[in-house]
Design a protein around this ligand. Structure first.
Ligand code: 2BA
Length: 106
């Protein structure tokens, strides 16, 4: 068994959750915050048997898209002029696949 952890953009989270549930996969969604942009994203926890991992990865890939975001760099507050916004490319999904040592439900 594997635990798939996927960090996705909030804009894709509803669509991805629907697609996973339609495929009868079990999913937990957590509200999370990106360390760099300090803005909200969504982290999915998906526990699956090994033979379903590639299917889940395909669903994630098809339902999450990369987007450009504007970020205001933290300048010196004493600056007379604020720094212009910087464009940041945020990926469609950042995915980790971990082995599960033991799985229990009570
Ligand atoms: P954030 O940390 O808010 O990062 C948003 C985007 O900012 C990143 O997109 C990347 O393009 C850029 N970025 C992040 N750190 C940077 C840095 N030190 N210098 C320059 N640019 C930087 P993604 O790489 O697609 O990541 C999207 C979100 O996925 C991240 O949001 C974070 O929440 C999560 N993530 C990405 N890599 C991770 C990792 N190795 N471990 C844990 N979470 C990760």
């Amino acid at each position: 068994m594997k635990l798939i952890i996927a960090v996705v953009q909030d804009k894709d989270s509803h669509r991805l959750a629907q697609a996973l549930i339609e495929e009868e996969l079990r999913v937990t969604k957590l509200a999370s915050t990106g360390g760099f942009l300090k803005s909200g994203n969504t982290t999915f926890l998906i526990g699956v048997d090994d033979e379903h991992v590639n299917r889940v990865l395909n669903i994630i890939q098809h339902n999450c898209q990369s987007r450009k975001r504007l970020m205001l760099p933290m300048g010196d507050s004493a600056d007379a002029y604020p720094s212009p916004p910087v464009e940041v490319q945020v990926g469609g999904a950042t995915v980790f696949v971990l082995p599960v040592e033991r799985f229990e439900q009570y």
